[in-house]
Design a protein around this ligand. Structure first.
Ligand SMILES: [Zn+2]
Length: 111
């Protein structure tokens, strides 16, 4: 399982392709949990199933969708929310909106 960089991602809900699921990926403050996604789900959806196995399957599909195209999922988040895919701050400049990432964060991205 690959490590997904910290940031915000949006992928289609595995149970409902019309709904976009936004996922914040954060390795800190628990950097040891590198392959576990944690953070907030929202605003559109979270798995509604109460069944643990179903929730896990849903979660794995979500992770697989992000891993398949992390940059695309980040851009989708920015397009969907109008926020930076790294820090979640609102994007105001056209170039930032186009990139899906704010001027401060893109410096880190390019390093
Ligand atoms: Zn940012």
């Amino acid at each position: 399982m690959s490590v997904i960089p910290d940031g915000y991602y949006a992928v289609a809900d595995p149970d409902n392709p019309d709904v976009v699921v936004c996922q914040r990926r954060r390795s800190k403050p628990k950097p040891s949990v590198k392959t576990t996604l944690h953070g907030e789900l929202g605003p559109a959806s979270r798995c509604r199933s109460k069944n643990t196995a179903e929730r896990l399957a849903w979660w794995n599909e979500l992770v697989a969708a992000i891993e398949a195209d992390p940059r695309g999922a980040m851009k989708r988040f920015a397009d969907f929310t109008g926020k930076c895919c790294i820090c979640g701050r609102k994007l105001t400049v056209a170039a930032s909106k186009f990139n899906g990432i704010g001027p401060e964060c893109i410096k880190g991205w390019l390093q």
